[in-house]
Design a protein around this ligand. Sequence first.
Ligand code: AMP
Length: 287
Amino acid sequence: MIKIIKTVREMQDYSESLRNSGRKISFVPTMGYFHDGHLDLMREGRKSGDSLIVSIYVNPTQFGPSEDLEKYPRNFDRDRSLAESVGVDVIFFPSNAEMYPKNYQTYITVEEVTKNLCGLSRPGHFRGVATVCAKLFHMVKPHIAIFGKKDFQQLVTIKRMVADLNMDLEIVGMPTTREKDGLAMSSRNVYLSQEERESALCLSRSLKRAKERYEEGERDAGRILESVKKYIENVPFARIDYLKICSTETMNDVKILDGESVLALAVFIGSTRLIDNYVFGEDLNIN
Ligand code: AMP
């Protein structure tokens, strides 16, 4: 039977006893409403640790005032059975009062890598993400924590924080899990109408287009971006929030693709904001 833990005290005591008995703890932090992308991270966690802990927490500090905190999809019972089906040992499911008790006032700011992309569009977002992840790491005490490359800037931010603050755990990034037609899986895909769902394919198709330009030998970021931009501008319901090519190390814009670079984009499809990315030179399993 999967164990459900709701308090910080119990989580810390439980993890401490796992550690004392020599077990390796792997951890997958999530906001719930699981899809196969989440489950792939859990499958990886199952392989890489002796005890697999998953957290479900919709973290208010990473949402802006006009964002979808209230309507973010939630279904604990469904999540519990999906987690059970991939062999999760513990779900940590804390309340807001547990996570941010009265008088809470400590936050973590990761500097340069959070300035661009989602950092520009969603002020305060990465401060919330870094803070909640640091807190969860202190509660769950994992040896290894697994994140998706789908949220590429988030992964870079967490790796930076862990290195800078000498946190004693390993961060692993996993490839993006996609629907058959290429759409990156996301809990937010449920917001899309049938017509919007079709338009949402413009994100993965943009990545494919950029990859093709790159493979033809194009190394000018501006020309690759222009070709993708023209394409998205003709897709119904689509409005570009950002579309950039950045260094994977600094997350700053690049003009020429010489070091390792990532094309990152955020596109509103109707009122739903979706993100996706492609690291040039890597595989992209899109037909
Ligand atoms: P979320 O619940 O959306 O905060 O995501 C929890 C974790 O799952 C994060 O590390 C995400 O990067 C990861 N994730 C979300 N979608 C995908 C996907 N399609 N493929 C792989 N990992 C994902």
